[in-house]
Design a protein around this ligand. Structure first.
Ligand code: CDP
Ligand code: MG
Length: 700
């Protein structure tokens, strides 16, 4: 291990400490590999800036938090988890004596919920801030707020390799900026001459093969968007014909720590590391001289149709591409092979959009409420979220019962303990009371991913029969999906078996991962005891349907006519249930998907992934959204006013009963007048002459 003090960041050691001692805020920009993450926390600790309090270093990525903590602990010749530790979801390696803790943002936000003043924290370091993910923006705003109010002694330090420092410094009331140039070597970039239609995995392996055949020395780093593509690339690489025997190593967040460490360890063979975005700026692998860049990444987006967050494959920005390129020029000259054309490069976005401006805010708005911040739109953000997105989030939280008149409810508080979208945390809490957590966890996983079942060709008799194999309930499309998933799983996600049954095997595998994660969280919050064996699959009972209803209650639909697809929803929305749904009879159902389509008559909303529900459940479980009263309605058929007892779910009528004895003469009169104005009937003596007369009087 070279002496860490030779790292470039040490050249500005005195400036860093001087600034933080004089004020308590600093924005620090220095190239990747300079020593920001590993050295700066140690500098703060050794200079006694935080007294006996702790330094928290926020990391956007779990892999980085763990590997960096390991590195710093070993530099200080200590045991991991003693003076230096880390904490990420499901994995805590800190102790009461820990002074430097590398944690993911979600962990700090959880600490804030437990202790609003962060009493034992002396400094918060926002590392990799250029990633601008939602939770780091939230954490920055909250810590700024805390520093201004109860903790003026708290230190804040924002670090990044590529950050546009001015706006952040301005947001932190014009705090100081330090920039270190660092050292780097020229990297030669090449692009595709023509777009290549082959899979990105094959193209990347080709590029690697060319580097090997050129005998250019040095390790190779390949950027891929995710685990699937990483494994795909490794498969192609293993079949490659080259003279040289190289070590092919995957690196992503889903690997066991031991496997992750292989990327960093020295190797007698040339290393080919195939990694996700984590290697872009968060971590440094020594010895890399060549970069192969797929040019795509999985990005969290808000899917307005499903009303949930999804991951989509997108081209990376030019700023990201430059970071990736830089990884090849740290210790000597290098090469970077971009798997896109130079023309395409110019069309890319310059920088990544902050997540707060493209994301579903339901989870964050809930969190802010728990911290006493009721006005998410006027809160002091670095970049303001979209007002409509905040309103949508508040509406959903109110519908789910997490907020009541903008106050957090008990259910809302319980939901906060589960690290997932509020729809799913609400469903799981219901499930824990109804003893069906595993089924509900599976449904949440099924709803949050891409489509498990491929589009059905109804003309094709064979595929129709295989589909019917899974459709053994008319109560919910989720039950069909669960059966299909079980089939895929019991066939070990075999590509061929799945395809012949209209199942996307890759999606099924992802569903399985998500399912396990959700179950894990539920277990941690003691919503479910795996060992007690509770909640064995009971796929036709009402418990599951009720839970599904709670998660999608804002999308409750009432069929206008039995057997027809046309429906009314609350908030005066309308929609049509898709033909493929198994729920073709029930009068009431919740739709997990709302999908806008353009058609002859303009915009239509298609409802899918439906679950039948009973009106009695709505009344029992969501009484806060019900109102009932006597209403006078004009009965067009009998041409008379009828008194009705109406029960509404918000504005959607879910029950009506005639109560002719309660007819009120005044209300009837108003009702008749209204019906007449709307042209429901003509009055006998209302002839042309009379109308003229009325018109003249009105004019006068
Ligand atoms: O944060 P920044 O990118 O500025 O640098 P760093 O992560 O602190 O890494 C500084 C140096 O420490 C790198 O150039 C690596 O040589 C070394 N390092 C390492 O060898 N193994 C690690 N797990 C982390 C850092
Ligand atoms: Mg770093």
């Amino acid at each position: 291990m070279p002496a860490p003090t030779s790292l470039p960041i040490w050249k500005i050691h005195d400036d860093i400490l001087g600034t933080l001692q004089a004020g308590n805020r600093l924005v620090l920009v220095a190239p990747t590999g300079s020593g920001k993450t590993t050295q700066v926390p140690q500098m703060l600790l050794d200079a006694g800036i935080v007294g006996d309090k702790m330094i928290v270093v926020l990391q956007p990525r779990r892999v980085a938090a763990r590997t960096v903590a390991t590195r710093v602990a070993s530099e200080r010749a200590g045991k991991l988890g003693a003076e230096v530790g880390y904490q990420i979801r499901f994995d805590n390696s800190t102790s009461p004596g820990t002074r430097i803790a590398f944690v993911t943002e979600g962990i700090l936000l959880r600490w804030l919920q437990d202790d609003r003043t962060l009493a034992n924290v002396g400094a918060v370091v926002f590392d990799e801030f250029h990633e601008r993910n939602l939770l780091s923006d939230v954490a920055l705003a909250l810590v700024k707020d805390l520093q201004r109010s109860e903790r003026p002694d708290l230190h804040m330090l924002v670090m990044s390799a590529t950050l546009d420092a001015e706006p952040v410094a301005a947001y932190l009331d014009q705090c100081s900026i330090l920039i270190s140039e660092g050292q780097s070597y020229p990297v030669e970039v090449d692009y595709l001459r023509l777009p290549d239609q082959r899979p990105i995995t094959v193209q990347a392996a080709d590029a690697v093969e060319r580097i090997l055949n050129d005998n250019a020395p040095g390790d190779i780093l390949v950027f891929m968007p995710g685990r699937g593509e990483i494994n795909g690339t490794l498969d192609v690489l293993r079949g490659m014909r080259t003279q040289e025997n190289a070590a092919c190593i995957p690196l992503h967040g889903g690997l066991e720590p031991k496997e992750q460490d292989r990327a960093f360890a020295s190797n007698p063979l040339r290393k080919i590391v195939v990694a996700t975005n984590v290697a872009e700026t968060s971590i440094t692998i020594d010895g890399i001289r060549h970069v192969v860049d797929s040019g795509v990444a999985r990005v969290a987006r808000y899917d307005a149709e499903r009303g949930i967050g999804t991951l989509t494959l997108e081209p990376i920005s030019r700023a990201s591409a430059d970071q990736r390129k830089g990884r090849a020029g740290r210790t000597a000259t290098g090469s970077c092979h971009r798997l896109w054309t130079e023309g395409g490069h110019r069309n890319r976005e310059e920088r990544n959009t902050p997540e707060i401006q493209r994301s579903d805010l339901a989870e964050v708005v809930l969190l802010l409420h728990s911290l006493g911040i009721r006005e998410a739109t006027t809160f002091d953000w670095l970049d303001k979220p979209d007002v409509q997105a905040v309103e949508r989030a508040e509406f959903l939280l109110t519908m789910l019962g997490a907020l009541l008149d903008a106050d957090l409810t008990d259910i809302g508080r319980q939901m906060l303990r589960l690290p997932m979208h509020p729809r799913y945390s609400r469903m799981l809490i219901e499930a824990s009371q109804r003893d069906c957590v595993p089924d509900v966890a599976l449904c949440a996983a099924l709803a949050s991913g891409r489509d498990l079942l491929t589009r059905l060709d109804r003309e094709d008799a064979e595929s129709a029969i295989t589909r019917e194999m899974f459709e053994d309930s008319e109560e919910s499309d989720f039950i069909t999906l669960m059966r299909a998933f079980d089939f895929a799983k019991s066939n070990r996600f075999s590509f061929d078996r799945c395809r012949s049954h209209g199942i996307n095997a890759q999606v099924a595998r992802q569903v399985d991962d998500t399912y396990k994660q959700i179950l894990n969280s539920a277990q941690q919050q003691r919503l479910y005891d795996h060992d007690a064996g509770s909640g064995s699959p009971a796929k036709n009972n009402h418990a599951l349907l009720r839970c599904l209803m709670t998660g999608f209650i804002d999308q409750l639909a009432k069929r206008r006519e039995s057997g027809k697809p046309d429906c009314d929803l609350s908030e005066q929305r309308e929609g049509q249930l898709v033909r493929e749904s198994v729920v073709q009879d029930a009068e009431f159902f919740v739709a997990a998907n709302l999908h806008q389509v353009s058609s002859r008559g303009g915009q239509r909303t298609l409802l899918s992934l439906a679950t039948a529900v009973q009106p009695a459940w709505i009344a029992e479980m969501f009484p806060q959204h019900l109102s009932s009263g006597l209403e006078h309605v004009f009965d067009g058929g009998n041409k008379r006013v009828a008194a009705m007892k109406l029960v509404r779910f918000r504005d959607l009528i879910i029950e009506q009963k005639a109560q002719q004895n309660d007819l009120d003469p005044r209300a009837s009169g108003r009702c008749l007048a209204e019906a007449h104005d709307n042209g429901a009937f003509e009055l006998e003596r209302m002839d042309h002459k009379l109308k003229q007369f009325i018109a003249r009087v009105n004019l006068l």
